[in-house]
Ligand binder design. Structure first.
Ligand SMILES: [Zn+2]
Length: 210
């Protein structure tokens, strides 16, 4: 899938509006390539913000430019001003190997980003995660992205989701990975003593072993 940078994201359904960055292909080529590649500090900032993959069921996509790299899943960047950008896993490869330069909106936004404050995006993901009538795929994405907020409301919702067996069948590993992000900071360690769904435990173990 190829998008012109900053287009509205519509590849998969998602509970929040996003814009695309780095969905490169032969049609538009390496967008943003210029004589001045990204500064090292900008690359490091992008890498630091690209820790958690969502939508890992996208299927493998091979790089159109070298054929030597393939990726699956996408990174989502929640900026302080309320914007959300979605980039394919390949974005770091495009930056490092093909001179891709993401738009200034994202580069500047990451520079300004700190901990996102609890806002309408968090409220929406929180509501989706806990709503049993919601699309299971939306709930799975909410379980991934709610971990962007180091907030007790996010932790509480994830704990409740971990005990929703239907959801845990589908998204238990992602719930576990999100819970592990809280446990890394010394929170919710008591969870380990709870009777957890196998998938949730798998996600916690996998995230903790990295
Ligand atoms: Zn390549």
């Amino acid at each position: 899938m190829e998008y012109f940078d900053l287009s509205p994201y519509d590849y998969l359904g998602f509970p929040l509006p996003m814009r695309t960055v780095g969905w490169l292909g032969r049609g538009y080529g390496v967008q943003g390539a210029s004589a001045s590649p990204m500064a090292g500090v900008e690359v490091e900032r992008l890498k630091a913000a690209s820790r958690r993959l969502g939508s890992r069921t996208l299927g493998w996509h091979v790089c159109d430019f070298c054929g030597a790299f393939e990726g699956n899943g996408e990174y989502r960047y929640y900026l302080p001003g309320g914007e959300i950008y979605a980039a394919p896993m390949m974005v770091l490869h495009y930056v490092e190997e093909h001179g891709y330069r993401p738009p200034r909106e994202l580069r500047d936004g990451l520079q300004a980003a700190g901990q996102p404050r609890w806002d309408w995006r968090a409220e929406r993901l929180h509501a989706v995660l806990l709503d049993q009538s919601e699309d299971p795929e939306f709930r799975c994405q909410a379980a991934v992205d709610l971990a962007n907020w180091k907030d007790p409301r996010a932790l509480d919702a994830l704990r409740r989701a971990a005990h929703d067996d239907d959801l845990a069948d589908d998204a238990g590993d992602e719930i576990g990975r999100s819970l592990a992000a809280f446990m890394d900071r010394g929170l919710a360690r008591d969870l380990l003593a709870e009777d957890l769904h196998d998938m949730v435990r798998y996600g916690i173990d996998e995230a903790s072993s990295r």
